[in-house]
Ligand binder design. Structure first.
Ligand SMILES: Cc1cc2nc3c(=O)[nH]c(=O)nc-3n(C[C@H](O)[C@H](O)[C@H](O)COP(=O)(O)O)c2cc1C
Length: 445
């Protein structure tokens, strides 16, 4: 059995039934893709270009019995579309997986690098998350701290969507490294009971969240929302602190870090390499999302990252003036990969809680990235832990523009019936070796 895209499934089934167009009652799988026996493709290979190209993809993976979800031009290529379809808890596990994987890829990531790979076993009902170190930012993120945070954020989306779909999960974690990039093994089981309100709220906010670098409107972030976010961070073992009294001292430090980064030509080249000026971009930062803080607007009190780098930005963005923004810092107890995964998971949770109330965030991370200033930041803000991310929060002033692009699932997901033992065993080994380290094995629900 292999899993194919919905369009391929429909073509195969239509051919088998000898009809041109498939009637609704002939579709055995109402979900977005179907399952086809391995012997099926033969008769269709010469008569349908769509199926032919799909199956040529399959045969190249045949040893692994692995197939990507969708081909380049299929609608399923657009992960936002997959997540926008209505959720059906009755769908078979592979269909729920597809939706959850699409949701995972909507997570925020440093420079929209989307540094993740998912390996999914449809029959074993397991998903492994792997950090894609080939997408690391050597200048902005030499330790891969923000790469791992991004992967943690993707995990939150994956789990939120699975839980909202009535799936119970157990996740085992291990410390990722360049040599051994797998960091989470998620095992899935149908829960029987429905999903609870919190899961649904989080999952529903996934397609609504975006990084808002534009000016915020006049309404302050509700104190009740901030309280919920602070509590959530604390439950996740982290410290979320609003920056209030220390705002001016922070701004001075921030501008210093911003100037240091502006003089770093290697960093500027790297940032430029991750900005995209063509409409077909699937990753990186696109001009519509640059925001107002570019070199044409350098006098801002709290400058954000300059993605335009001496290029023109849309006039509307360059003319924006600051509205009301709440500043917060997220800090962790330690500063290793375990902490970064935790930060990523909690970051996305906080962003989804906020997005559910219409509040969006963008980042002022310069002080954290310039190592000598990180300790000054900690002291200035009186933090007990290590500062990881600084965010501005607010209600976006205008209508959201185009959203950041995402890579299609076929680029980030590998599907197999069973995950190879070699992968699963790595998690069992670390489980036994690291007994007592609570982060290694974590039970979600
Ligand atoms: C760990 C991390 C660090 C980030 N740092 C910055 C930053 O310093 N400046 C910024 O403008 N955006 C930052 N972002 C936001 C990403 O650029 C954004 O998530 C990505 O472009 C995708 O866009 P989206 O969040 O709208 O989906 C960061 C995101 C993550 C997860």
């Amino acid at each position: 059995m292999v899993v194919v895209s919905r369009s391929a499934y429909r073509s195969i089934r239509a051919k088998r039934l000898g009809c041109k167009k498939l009637r609704q009652r002939d579709v055995a799988h109402p979900c977005s893709y179907g399952e086809v026996g391995e012997a099926d493709p033969g008769p269709f290979v010469t008569s349908s270009r769509e199926v032919q190209s799909l199956w040529s993809g399959v045969s190249s993976f045949s040893k692994l019995r692995c197939v990507s979800f969708a081909k380049a031009s299929a609608p399923a290529d657009d992960v936002r579309k997959i997540v926008r379809t209505s959720r059906s808890t009755d769908a078979p596990i592979p269909a729920l997986m597809e939706r959850a994987l699409a949701a995972a890829t909507l997570a925020p990531s440093i420079n929209n690098t989307q540094p993740w790979i998912f390996q999914a076993g449809t029959q074993s009902a397991q998903i492994v998350l792997r950090a894609d170190y080939s997408r690391r930012l050597h200048e902005a993120d030499p330790e891969t701290r923000q790469l791992i945070i991004s992967c943690g954020a993707a995990l939150t989306n994956l789990l939120a969507e699975l839980h909202a779909s009535g799936i119970r999960t157990t996740t085992a974690f291990r410390r990722p490294s360049g040599r051994s990039p797998d960091f989470a093994l998620v095992s899935l089981a149908k829960a029987g009971a429905g999903s609870d309100r919190d899961d649904l709220d989080l999952a529903d906010a996934i397609p609504r969240r975006f990084t808002a670098r534009s000016a915020f409107g006049p309404d302050p972030v509700p104190v009740t929302l901030l309280d919920v976010m602070i509590e959530s961070a604390s439950a996740g073992g982290l410290e979320l602190s609003p920056i209030t009294l220390e705002r001016d001292a922070f701004a001075a430090l921030h501008r210093r870090a911003h100037r240091i980064q502006e003089r770093n030509h290697a960093l500027a080249r790297e940032t430029a390499a991750w900005t995209r000026h063509d409409a077909s971009a699937r990753d990186g930062i696109v001009p519509a999302t640059f925001g107002r803080d570019s070199t044409v607007n350098r006098d801002l009190h709290l400058p954000q990252r300059d993605f335009a780098i001496n290029r023109e930005i849309p006039t509307a963005q360059s003319r924006e003036r600051s509205g009301w923004e709440t500043l917060v810092v997220l800090a962790s107890a330690g500063d290793g990969p375990e902490d970064w995964i935790r930060v990523g998971r909690e970051l996305e949770r906080l962003l989804l809680i906020a997005a559910g109330r219409g509040v969006m965030a963008s980042y002022l991370n310069q002080c954290v990235e310039v190592s000598p200033l990180r300790e000054s930041l900690r002291r200035t803000l009186g933090l007990a832990g290590v500062p990881q991310l600084i965010m501005r929060l607010g209600f976006p002033a205008g209508e959201p523009g185009p959203l950041s692009p995402r890579r299609p699932l076929r680029e980030v997901v590998r599907i197999q019936e069973q995950l190879p033992r070699s992968i699963v065993d790595v998690f069992s080994i670390s489980r036994t070796k690291a007994r007592g380290e609570e982060w290694v094995v974590h039970v979600d629900s």
